[in-house]
Design a binder for this molecule. Structure first.
Ligand code: FE2
Length: 464
């Protein structure tokens, strides 16, 4: 009876309550779906409980320092290795990049902005699942060299049927913008709604169902490292994203025959497929600290200026993927959530600036405080290394118009985010040539006029 229940995979048994998950960030967790199925006292006994196979998945090298070491032990009905040889997937997925160079991507310092890709108009005759719907926007470095990142987006209207995806290249941080994701992983099930994020570490097999139909979102991928919570410095021990709010799935498995099941593996940016006759979600128990997890961005506790000036956006860092240089991120995930603005005699929107880091932005819902028009939910922008950017003309003029009398005000109904990297992104061909490219983006700043009064300077600009 229990086996019959476990074979049903398309039911709404995805967790709907936080208590249906384990909680914490970076913990060593353990979970068993059948009491007694997790071996005690050792990782690899001669005979595991219930005849399970023991299998380790390593997210760091065996010899990484203990504080960085990430691995989990999975106890499964059949081991992952039981599959036919990998074959190149046809038709080839030609919109994924994992090694950015002149053969597959372009570089431009121009400010770029994309309109949202329509999803509601996708015809049912053209079903596209999460894997098929992924496309690379930009990135830098190489998955082969274990240093770099890629930013993808997805539009999809179909659940993954009889297949699982495995990204051997890096970790995915997925930001759904439209439509919930029901994600089955080897560690268990996750329900991820817009306003939440989910991280699927390198190598985990997972399948994405779309209970709401047409869906859209953003994905950042990092090569060679993992996300961690930012150090809080003078903020202290509390604030921003609290470790207890990160949720990890509990063990769940399915048993039985699944003829023709396909594992799709992304490896070096290319897709390969391998057939097997059982579900990869056959892990009855597991333990370890290398796990998928999700986080509700509404739980983020923002900090900001309380007297004057505008804080740097790093104050809103949710997760960071570090490099070897202190304070320099391979990729930061930063959000701009609802919050109070109280700064006195201050230009409250983001300041005009040029940054040695490169900034990709997306909008989950609402509007963004620095752009009155054109930056839409599901759209995106890219401001690369040292390219100037800041509030558009309408935002600047409206802010100045309000003058010094602006009292405390609350930004509501907004959730924007930024992927920020120290590497300089190259733009994929499909993103650069996309019909969704906003070729008039630059015009949002061309109306900025001189307010220079000229007082106190002579005609040659020499101070007097
Ligand atoms: Fe910026």
């Amino acid at each position: 009876m229990e086996q019959e229940q476990q074979q049903i995979t398309k039911t709404n048994d995805f967790p709907s309550d936080d208590h249906d998950y384990l909680s914490g960030f970076g913990n060593t967790y353990e979970s068993e779906s059948i009491p007694g199925s997790l071996p005690r006292g050792q990782n690899s006994p001669l005979l595991c409980p219930y005849g399970l196979y023991a299998e380790q998945i390593s997210g760091t090298s065996f010899t990484s320092p203990h504080k960085l070491n990430q691995r989990s032990w999975l106890y499964r009905i059949k081991p992952s290795v039981t599959h036919e040889p990998f074959q190149a997937r046809f038709p080839r997925h030609d919109k994924l990049v994992s090694e950015f160079d002149k053969s597959n991507s372009y570089t431009t310092p121009t400010q770029l902005r994309w309109k949202p890709k329509p999803v509601d108009t996708v015809e049912e005759s053209a079903p596209i699942d999460f894997v098929e719907g992924l496309y690379t926007v930009c990135g830098a470095g190489s998955s082969f060299l274990r240093h770099g990142f890629a930013i993808h987006m997805y539009t999809a209207n179909k659940s993954m049927d009889d297949c699982a995806f495995c990204n051997a290249d890096g970790d995915f941080l997925i930001v759904p913008q439209k439509g919930r994701l029901w994600i089955t992983t080897e560690c268990g099930k996750l329900q991820v709604s817009p306003g939440e994020i989910v991280v699927i570490p390198q190598g985990f097999r997972f399948a994405v169902d779309l209970p709401d139909g047409p869906s859209r979102g953003y994905v950042s991928e990092i090569f060679g490292t993992h996300f961690q919570l930012p150090d809080l410095g003078p903020i202290g021990a509390n604030g921003l994203a609290a470790p207890r709010d990160f949720l990890v799935p509990k063990a769940w498995f399915e048993d039985g025959s699944r003829p023709g099941y396909t594992v799709v593996q992304k490896y070096g940016g290319e897709l390969f497929v391998a057939k097997q006759d059982f579900s990869p979600f056959n892990v009855v128990a597991w333990h370890g600290n290398y796990v998928p997890y999700k986080y509700d961005l509404n739980k983020f506790c923002p900090y900001n200026t309380v007297l004057f000036d505008h804080s740097d956006p790093s104050i809103n860092t949710v997760l960071t993927a570090p490099t070897d240089k202190p304070g320099v991120a391979l990729l930061d995930f930063v959000i701009f959530p609802p919050r109070w603005l109280v700064a006195e005699h201050t230009f409250r929107p983001p300041y005009y600036h040029r940054n040695c880091m490169s900034e990709f932005m997306g909008l989950i819902y609402g509007g963004y405080e620095a752009k009155a028009d054109g930056f839409l939910p599901g759209g995106a922008s890219l401001h690369s290394c040292m390219t100037p950017h800041g509030p558009d003309t309408k935002t600047y003029e409206a802010t100045i118009e309000r003058g010094h009398d602006a009292g405390p005000s609350k930004i509501t109904n907004t959730l924007a985010f930024m992927f920020e990297s120290c590497l300089i992104p190259r733009i994929s061909l499909c993103a650069l040539k996309s019909p969704l490219m906003d070729n008039d983006y630059y015009q949002c700043w061309t109306g900025l006029k001189s307010h220079f009064s000229g007082e106190g300077a002579d005609s040659k600009g020499n101070g007097v």
